[in-house]
Write a protein that binds this ligand. Structure first.
Ligand SMILES: [Zn+2]
Length: 231
């Protein structure tokens, strides 16, 4: 992707374009990594092992060994990602907001442009991820809030259902607008939500089976008589 972006920049404005495109691209993915680090470092504080952070053309994904069942922990782990984006945006805002009347050279102006672009991106990234479309961050936050009142599976069911209600019209709208990349991302989110709901359902079922088996085992008298020692 970096090579492609560099080539595009080169075609547009030669060497300057190449550097500019590469810098913008790397800055963007740095923000994505920082977002995922927000999730990961919070998760690690709760003892969750983070296997890796996966970077994809559509964004990043931190892979955890498990997702804590305690809603308050899932809530904090999830909200940490968008919080990083808003923090970056706030820092950029402070850095860019120079008092008027400064004469700036071209390089500084370009840098300020990059800063403004990143500011908008981070706001957008934070807000987009807060869409209540499970398994996006907003959907996970919604599940965590629901799980404070409802059983975990029920909370997941409602979070996924709300995601579908949002995603179906969004997919149709994006199809109509001809933005097929966005359509692909939305379908991916839709399917990922469905898959995670099934995984939660399967795990709940298995856990119930184990519990039942364990209870039966505890309740049933042992088949073997203990050895009797006669003196
Ligand atoms: Zn996130």
């Amino acid at each position: 992707m970096l090579a492609y972006v560099c080539q595009q920049g080169w075609q547009e404005a030669g060497m300057t374009g190449l550097w500019w495109s590469a810098g913008t691209f790397l800055a963007f993915f740095t923000c994505v990594v920082l977002h995922e680090l927000g999730h990961s470092l919070t998760a690690m504080r709760f003892g969750v092992h983070v296997r890796r952070i996966l970077l994809m053309p559509i964004g990043g994904m931190a892979e955890f060994d498990r997702i804590p069942r305690r809603p308050s922990q899932e809530f904090l782990i999830t909200i940490a990602g968008p919080a990083v984006n808003f923090a970056i945006a706030a820092l950029l805002w402070c850095a860019i907001d120079l008092p008027g009347g400064w004469r700036l050279d071209e390089a500084t102006n370009s840098l300020l442009d990059l800063g403004r672009t990143l500011l908008v991106w981070n706001l957008w990234m934070g807000l987009f991820n807060l869409l209540p479309a499970f398994p996006m961050d907003g959907g996970r936050i919604l599940r965590a809030l629901l799980a404070m009142r409802l059983p975990y599976l029920r909370a997941t069911y409602w979070a996924v259902t709300i995601a579908k209600v949002i995603m179906v019209p969004a997919i149709l709208l994006e199809l109509y607008l001809g933005r097929y990349m966005v359509v692909a991302i939305f379908i991916f989110i839709y399917l990922a939500g469905e898959a995670e709901y099934r995984a939660v359902k399967r795990r709940e079922f298995e856990e119930a089976q184990w519990r039942e088996a364990l209870l039966q085992h505890l309740a049933a008298p042992s088949a073997e008589e203990p050895p009797v020692i006669k003196g």
